[in-house]
Design a protein around this ligand. Structure first.
Ligand code: NDP
Length: 395
């Protein structure tokens, strides 16, 4: 027996063409969901540009659960990443809009108002029917896909595959500093670099730019796996990276990194957040004959698709990947690209490492949520020592 609601939908479907019905139905659902959505504050941009585009909306609507595998989280803290500043200027818009369209996360056909922010720590407030691993009230941390509305807001929609339980020994502010850099480093070393952490004890890794968000996390992860870590940073960060476990610190402001490296043994792994000519120079220090890998985070796909359109951008990126592979082969290793990818399972492992005190959050500065503009400015100025975090706790 059909419910009156289902009968109404079926008769409407019969009366209208498939296309007209789909349009009507999407519109009706959106109206229904936005009318029922929680009102919240969110930092948003209404057009691409510089930091002055960022404004606080107190009447934004939290995205509502449309799929049974989604859940709604109340955010207590969120970090700011260099990616947020780039996305504010339009980075990745072409490809991300294709993804947003596919997943129906555009607001009435546009990405604006765009909420930035990818990671968070918070409490689950609502769960979809098919959520099995989390319940309302759970304290969680996570980093969400770039197609979703961001986390510099009071609520975010997420899924099981993007989050894990928050480490019990961290505050929300500390926890929020980890998920994005953790998921990116994991994508680089484990997914793309195929590093088997049970077999790398004593192997050598070079972490370039050890003082930033990625570097401070990657040094600790590699040390937790028993690797020998060499890193580069400027003078004032040397003490910090050594305290995180780096065995060998090269001050790039005082010495010539590439001549210094001539005096070291070569590396099984190189993590390169810097890209460009650094990648070419660093690749020469890969250990030959040992299946060694340089993984660069300077992923060209989004930039190419911004400049050329999605299909030519994909094509150009594939050609560049071929050249990178050749350069890697010349050095006796392999050069690969990696990018951030949400990964709740990786966060589960990282949570255990944090709870065992093998990884600690490195937070440079915490800003109250209402001071997000100053926080973005700090990230934009660079020279970060770990992460900048927004605290959403009421003042
Ligand atoms: N593809 C992807 O999905 C992702 C890519 N990335 C890439 O990784 C980069 C780093 O990210 P993140 O760590 O979060 O950024 P941060 O801004 O947190 O850190 C960058 C760090 O690099 C240091 N640095 C700058 N130049 C050099 C140099 N020549 N040698 C050594 N250290 C240097 C800076 O300090 P100082 O200037 O004082 O030396 C700073 O501490 C991003 O800019 C982005 O390009 C990051 C995340 C995801």
């Amino acid at each position: 027996m059909c419910s009156p609601h289902a009968m109404f939908v079926m008769s409407l479907k019969g009366a209208l063409s498939q296309k007209t019905f789909s349009r009507f139905w999407c519109h009706a659902q959106r109206r229904f969901y936005s009318a029922n959505a929680i009102k919240m504050s969110a930092w948003q941009v209404y057009e691409y540009g510089g930091l002055d585009q960022l404004s606080l909306s107190t009447t934004a609507r939290a995205a509502t659960i449309k799929h049974p595998t989604e859940m709604l989280v109340k955010i207590h803290a969120a970090s700011i990443n260099p990616l947020d500043i780039r996305m504010m200027a339009g980075y990745g818009r072409n490809l991300l809009n294709v993804m947003r369209k596919q997943r129906d996360t555009l607001n009435h056909g546009t990405e604006f108002p765009l909420t930035l922010g990818r990671d968070f720590s918070g409490t689950v407030v609502e769960v979809g029917r098919r959520i099995t691993r989390f319940k309302v009230g759970d304290e969680v941390w996570g980093a969400i896909g770039a197609f979703r509305p961001g986390t510099h807001a009071e609520y975010t929609l997420t899924s099981q595959s993007e989050i894990s339980k928050k480490p019990s020994n961290l505050t929300h502010v500390e926890a929020a500093s980890v998920p994005y850099v953790a998921a990116t480093t994991w994508a680089a070393l484990k997914t793309v670099g195929q590093l088997d952490h049970t077999k790398v004890h004593g192997q050598r890794i070079l972490v370039l730019a050890g003082s930033g968000g990625i570097g401070t996390f990657a040094i600790q992860l590699a040390k937790a796996w028993g690797m020998h870590v060499t890193t580069t940073c400027s003078s004032d960060a040397a003490e910090l990276v050594a305290s995180l476990g780096a065995d060998d610190v090269i001050d790039y402001t005082r010495t010539q990194v590439w001549s210094e490296l001539q005096h070291r043994e070569k590396f099984e792994y190189i993590l390169d957040p810097l890209g460009g000519e650094v990648t070419d120079k660093a690749a020469k220090f890969l250990s030959p004959w040992k299946n060694s890998k340089l993984i660069t985070l300077n992923f060209p796909l989004l930039k190419n698709s911004d400049e050329m359109g999605v299909v030519p951008g994909l094509f150009k990126s594939a050609i560049s990947a071929g050249f990178a592979t050749l350069k890697g082969l010349q050095s006796g290793g392999s050069v690969r690209w990696a990018a951030f990818n949400p990964n709740g399972q990786a966060l589960d492992t990282v949570r255990r490492l944090v709870e065992q005190d093998k990884i600690r959050p490195v937070v440079q500065k915490v800003y109250p949520f209402l001071e997000a503009q100053s926080a973005y400015k700090t990230v934009n100025e660079g020279h970060l020592r770990g992460k900048v975090v927004l605290d959403l706790k009421p003042a």
